[in-house]
Design a protein around this ligand. Structure first.
Ligand code: 0L1
Length: 259
């Protein structure tokens, strides 16, 4: 059976809404078509009352690329329904097989719209200049595909596995972000460590990669947008009762309890 892009969007949206895994796509679709599927899912979620709050980068770290066997940066969308208050326990009830990973989160002051004939470097600099705050965050990813297995087009279509995110205490930006020590803990045990250069060799490169994807696929950056910079370590499975902690040097640690 060959599904249309609209059918694929419906299949993935239904899997997410019902917290039920679905089969990988039989259709071989291009990456451009996969971003079109993602946009159809966003339209669906906006129509049910969610608000778009910004883009998220994925596969910005070698650890993540190796973990998932994928070799390109990807971008997905965030909505207010994914924004979880870290002072509240995270319920796994509406999730399929969630994993969690530590990230840097940026908050924009003013909106950034691409301008005709602007170079990608100029757009990246405007994004960087519009960022007002940065925080430690954690992203909960929850592939809608069976066994969390996908190829690049599958994961882009599935909104890059985006499910929930939590944001710690914001600090003023600009500030030094390169080369900071990162520790990821579960129940007080360090399960992975890295440094912030795990993001593209220098986290400031995230603005350039985002600018490229905006010029190609048109992601929006409204005033106040939240931008997730991509994981700095491999992702860890979430289980009921865990206490997850992300520590990044010079930032307040961020803790999340799982119900
Ligand atoms: O931060 C990331 O690299 C997110 C990747 C999301 C895709 C996935 O691993 O399911």
């Amino acid at each position: 059976m060959t599904l249309s892009l609209q059918d694929i969007a419906e299949k993935l949206h239904t899997a997410q809404a019902n917290a039920t895994e679905t089969s990988q796509l039989e259709e071989e679709i291009s990456i451009d078509s996969a971003y079109e599927v993602q946009r159809l899912i966003l339209d669906r979620r906006l129509a049910q009352g969610e608000t778009y709050i910004g883009p998220k980068l994925g596969f910005t770290s070698k650890a993540k690329m190796e973990q998932m066997g994928v070799h390109n940066i990807i971008v997905g969308f965030l909505t207010d329904a994914m924004d979880h208050d870290p002072s509240e326990e995270l319920s796994l009830k509406d999730l399929i097989h969630p994993r969690i990973e530590p990230e840097l989160v940026f908050e924009l002051g003013s909106a950034v719209e691409p301008v005709a004939d602007e170079s990608v470097e100029e757009l990246a600099e405007r994004i960087r200049s519009a960022v007002r705050k940065v925080a430690v965050g954690m992203e909960v990813i929850d592939s809608r595909y069976k066994d969390f297995k996908f190829n690049l087009a599958d994961v882009v279509s599935d909104n890059t596995s985006a499910a929930r995110f939590v944001v710690g205490q914001y600090q003023d930006f600009p500030r030094e972000l390169a080369g900071l020590k990162v520790e990821f803990l579960i129940n007080g045990e360090v399960v992975d460590s890295a440094d912030t250069n795990a993001i593209l060799g220098d986290p400031n490169e995230a603005f350039l990669e985002l600018a490229k994807m905006i010029q190609k696929y048109g992601f929006h950056l409204p005033a106040g947008a939240t931008i997730l910079g991509g994981s700095m370590t491999a992702a860890q499975w979430l289980e009921a009762g865990q206490v997850i902690e992300a520590r990044v040097e010079t930032f307040e640690p961020l803790t999340l309890k799982v119900a």
